[in-house]
Design a protein around this ligand. Structure first.
Ligand code: SF4
Ligand code: SF4
Length: 321
């Protein structure tokens, strides 16, 4: 009996999600034994035409990581969607936009200006920029269009499931694979991780304040961090209250606060707004001036509260008014 077919693809992401598959170590052999890979350009020499010749829906599951920033990524994502029975948004960038999605705070022209002209390491006296079409003696060369915005995967194609995390941890990857192979699928749109907040599992929650405590916000390099106390209680921004559980408290165990890579819990539309609400409940001040002083001490609040989720948020990006 033929094996189910699987595809992996990498869009606008750092490549860590591809590493996460390799990090499965021996468990990868289970996946390799269970699936017939039909497309995985980062690991094997597949071409797009290998996918184009497949029947629609013939791929059992495509795992797509990264947001959508270019026309090429959109094209491949749409092709895989058509050829796949299931599409899993693999990792924070496909799920929420991720760190590359922070670029939505600036315009494409600002990015090009910095990358090709203003950056201190650039020498570009002719002020050249990449072109989508270039005429050469040998013919026309093409480059994909670089969009003005980073999109989450589900803003471009229909997505069946979400595997959260930067990158998704091995146990969740293996559980997702087992569920797909069993055919006993959860409801479409399910995020394949527990639907409770990180604080629920965090061992530091016993020290998490129930009533207002923060009088000053500090950054991690400004304090000697107590490895057992709740970060919020130490005046450090930790997105645990607004973040889905399931990572195994990776950052917390390394004595670093959560930056929200698992995204919000079910029913929360905007992770940044949810965190802002949690933060407001622990700020210990009633005087408007004092509240302003405390909140002004947060460096880059939008970048911090939407570290992983800007393209999926209600803001989507910077509003130019
Ligand atoms: S805010 Fe952070 S440190 Fe505090 S209990 Fe929640 S996850 Fe743990
Ligand atoms: S602690 Fe937060 S940022 Fe770190 S891996 Fe877990 S969910 Fe992601």
């Amino acid at each position: 009996m033929p094996k189910p077919k699987a595809a992996f693809y990498w869009c606008a992401s750092c490549g860590g999600c591809e590493e996460a598959v390799i990090d499965l170590a021996e468990d990868f052999l289970t996946i390799a034994g269970a699936f017939d890979f039909v497309f995985w350009p980062v690991a094997m020499d597949f071409k797009l035409k290998d996918v184009e010749v497949l029947q629609d829906g013939e791929i059992t599951v495509s795992f797509i990581n990264g947001g959508i920033r270019t026309s090429d990524q959109e094209h491949v994502a749409k092709l895989l969607r058509r050829k796949s029975a299931l599409v899993v948004a693999f990792g924070s960038c496909a799920h929420l936009g991720g760190v590359p999605g922070l670029a939505n705070f600036v315009k494409r022209s600002d990015i090009f200006e910095y990358v090709y002209h203003a950056s201190p390491s650039v020498v570009n006296p002719d002020k050249k920029e990449p072109q989508e079409l270039t005429n050469t003696k040998q013919g026309i060369l093409t480059l994909p269009e670089f969009y003005d915005t980073v999109y989450t995967l589900d803003q471009v194609i229909d997505v069946d499931y979400y595997l959260p995390g930067c990158a998704p941890p091995p146990d969740l990857i293996m559980k997702a694979v087992a569920v797909i192979l069993s055919g006993n699928l959860p409801a479409k749109g399910t995020v394949l991780a527990p639907d409770k907040s990180l604080c629920d599992s965090c061992r530091r929650k016993v020290t998490r304040p129930e009533k207002s405590v923060i009088r000053e916000i500090r950054r991690v390099h400004e304090v000697l961090l107590d490895p057992d106390r709740c970060f919020l209680e130490q005046g450090i921004i930790c997105l645990g209250p607004a973040t889905r559980d399931g990572c195994g408290e990776r950052c917390i165990n390394a004595n670093m606060p959560c930056r929200g890579c698992f995204g919000p819990t079910g029913g929360v539309q905007d992770q940044g707004a949810k965190f802002l609400s949690a933060l407001a409940s622990v700020i210990d001040a009633n005087d408007e001036q004092e509240i302003k002083k405390i909140t002004d001490s947060i460096v880059d609040p939008a970048g911090l509260f939407y570290f992983y989720s800007l393209p999926s948020s209600m803001l989507r990006g910077r509003r130019n008014v």
